[in-house]
Write a protein that binds this ligand. Sequence first.
Ligand SMILES: Cc1c2[nH]c(c1CCC(=O)O)Cc1[nH]c(c(CCC(=O)O)c1C)Cc1[nH]c(c(CCC(=O)O)c1C)Cc1[nH]c(c(C)c1CCC(=O)O)C2
Length: 328
Amino acid sequence: MTERYPVWLMRQAGRILPEYRAVRNSLSGFKELVETPELAAEVTIQPVDILDVDAAIIFSDILVVPEAMGLEYQMIEKKGPWFEETIRSIDDLKKVDLTIDVEERLSYVLEAIKITNKELGGRVPLIGFAGAPWTIFCYMTEGQGSKTFSIARKILYTNPALAHELLESITTVTIDYLKAQVKAGAHMLQVFDSWAGILGPDQYEEFGLRYLKRIADAITEVPLTLFSKGAHHSYTALAHLDCNTIGVDWQIDIRKARELTGDSKTLQGNLDPCALYASHENVAEYTNKMLNSFENKRHIVNLGHGVYPDVDPEKVKTFVQTVKEFKR
Ligand SMILES: Cc1c2[nH]c(c1CCC(=O)O)Cc1[nH]c(c(CCC(=O)O)c1C)Cc1[nH]c(c(CCC(=O)O)c1C)Cc1[nH]c(c(C)c1CCC(=O)O)C2
């Protein structure tokens, strides 16, 4: 086997592929797709067949966890997620189940993992995932996306006890959920802390890293990736957690990320998702530039965040092929 860097893309399942939209448009919406295991498996495998990536990531969403705890969400076209109910006081905790049986409530994801592996037949590993407790807390308190998540952050100052109680419970459910995904067949796991970067270092340590540590300590079965988007101030602390891989966004030079994290972790990333809007020639050039900046073997190639919905799949193929053909 020739040694080379593996490559996949965050958000590769869905969005950019016309084949995905064909499946999606035949249904009532995003959630029906997420909750129908055979179809979720089908769109999970599409990028493996079409884009030639080295891993599949199960088609689902981080928001299935708050929903399993009792906060139902809607995915509103062109707007994003929306929760009717939110948690903003201790009293509001009555609206959610702080402990749940994930195998029962999230059985549709576990079933999708089993079907996907059967259909993949071992061609590529399958990545399972969950949102980080802090990012899930953001959606459960805010109820929708936000540029500042100031409602979520306000609670950290005005009611830290509520924050910790909810974060504790999300963490326990998330650990159970990740372990259930492994049991169902996930070969690797990634935890997405998409809103890590809106906290300063002290608050990220108290309300973010503390719970990521619990997850990293609990997951011993398979390799774990922690992606704390924008939290460069905490990269050194992240590198002290018991994970295998640290996801790196594009706002930091990969050499700097290596300096902050040391040599003991694999780094995953970090091409600017917007670089895929460039010409094919330039996509190859930017990709090669990134590959040449890697100083050791411990890298998984990816973008610095999810692929944008209007990127031409042909540009993604150029990105993937450039990685596959790269020689130092
Ligand atoms: C914050 C977050 C969410 N979901 C996720 C995150 C963390 C990663 C990140 O920061 O991007 C993670 C996620 N969401 C989805 C996946 C599937 C697997 C993959 O391809 O990576 C994964 C890993 C499917 C999805 N999740 C969503 C879609 C688009 C909905 C549709 O097809 O109608 C897909 C394919 C919707 C979603 N889901 C969420 C938002 C804010 C939105 C709306 C905006 C958007 O489209 O990104 C919450």
